[in-house]
Write a protein that binds this ligand. Structure first.
Ligand code: AMP
Length: 362
């Protein structure tokens, strides 16, 4: 069984690895030579819009998916016209535009921060008046890891923010006073069977995910998140793994965004859950029974940003699992991640502290 994957980043690499024992061979399309996925599957080096490359993939593969949400929808739709592609190009399109995404949440009764589309400086000033400050001006498209965002603290900031981001489709969002950031990783099969992982708690540094770990069990919060997740999955007739990012606020959960793919905040599932998010994505898109999503024990994941710590020293800490994506170092770049497992919370904390020393030193 050959699986086409649009995008050969680390998510594609980990999908391909999960596919090996299941008899699935990955064929990637990615314009970037030597992308991480090329270490574990064949890579076609071409633009996503390259119809000849998409035709080639469709003759070599029986099924397709993607590993990032900025895949051009046209390319996904073209491939979907030749071989089954999951998640659908429609789900992809919804996730690419923050305004459509938040409007969808709102239509499903999933609470969000207050938001308004902004197309001019006058509209920005009016929206800031209605939503109140502080607020965040964001690009509707291609924003990730806090990029394409400007914070407005007082009305005098409007002109500078407009100067910085104006000329693109924008959205203004009220700043939410959240206690913590959570994410829900969900999987859904074509039949509608769904599975949810325990909520993960995420800590960001400079807008980039730094640590992710299963949150302490909270049945009411889990049920609320799953209810929102199910509404979204069913509305999109979704197939595959989806990540729903949430703010945990005094008034309840607010949805920030969703990613129509496996997600960085689900990497701990490789060693920390009975079935990883990567395997469950493959099971879902192949319409195979979904695997159990329960925890195997205490665990946490740390991202390696900008530099990889010394593998041997990390592995000297019991319970550590190193994932090196093989990327060349650049400040702030996600180069790998480390999952720490432990028999109990006390050991997990000790091991995370030991790892912290190595991450700081590197
Ligand atoms: P995003 O690109 O929307 O995921 O935003 C990146 C990060 O900025 C989030 O993980 C939050 O830490 C923060 N952030 C985004 N939107 C808001 C908001 N409306 N209120 C407060 N913090 C936010």
């Amino acid at each position: 069984m050959n699986l086409a994957i649009l995008g050969a980043g680390q998510l594609g690499q980990m999908l391909a690895l999960a596919g090996v024992p299941l008899g699935i061979k990955a064929c990637f399309l990615d314009p970037q030579p030597d992308a991480p996925g090329s270490r574990v599957g064949a890579q076609l080096i071409a633009d996503y819009a390259d119809r000849a490359a998409l035709d080639r993939l469709s003759t070599q593969c029986q099924l397709a998916t993607f590993d990032f949400e900025n895949v051009p929808v046209d390319a996904a739709a073209y491939l979907a016209g030749r071989i089954p592609l999951h998640p659908s190009p429609q789900a992809l399109a919804q996730s690419q535009d923050r305004l459509r995404e938040k409007t969808l949440f709102r239509s499903l009764g999933i609470p969000t921060a207050p938001f308004q589309a902004v197309d001019s400086l006058a509209e920005l000033v009016a929206a800031a008046g209605q939503i109140g400050l502080p607020a965040i001006l964001k690009t509707r498209r291609f924003g990730y890891d806090g990029k394409g965002q400007v914070w407005l603290r007082e009305s005098a900031d409007c002109a500078a923010a407009w100067h910085q981001l104006g000329g693109q489709d924008l959205i203004l969002e009220g700043v939410v006073a959240f206690r913590r950031e959570l994410s829900l990783i969900a999987a859904r099969r074509p039949s509608g069977e769904t599975a949810f992982y325990p909520l993960a708690e995420n800590v960001h540094r400079g807008g980039v995910l730094d640590m992710s770990r299963p949150a302490l069990p909270h049945p009411a919060l889990q049920a609320q998140a799953e209810a929102y997740g199910r509404r979204l999955l069913d509305q999109l007739d979704y197939v595959g793994v989806l990540a729903l990012e949430l703010f945990d606020c005094a008034a309840g959960l607010l949805a920030n965004e969703f990613a129509p793919r496996v997600h960085n905040s689900g990497h701990w599932t490789i060693e920390g859950a009975v079935t990883s998010q990567f395997e469950n994505h493959l099971r879902a898109i192949l319409d195979w029974p979904l695997g159990e999503t329960g925890l195997t024990g205490p665990c946490a994941m740390r991202n390696c940003l900008g530099v990889m710590p010394d593998t041997g020293r990390v592995l000297a800490i019991p319970g550590t699992h190193v994932h090196d994506y093989g990327k060349s170092p650049r400040p702030g770049r996600k180069l790998g991640h480390i999952t720490v497992t432990a028999p109990d919370d006390a050991h997990l904390i000790q091991r995370l502290e030991a790892l912290e020393g190595l991450l700081i030193a590197s």
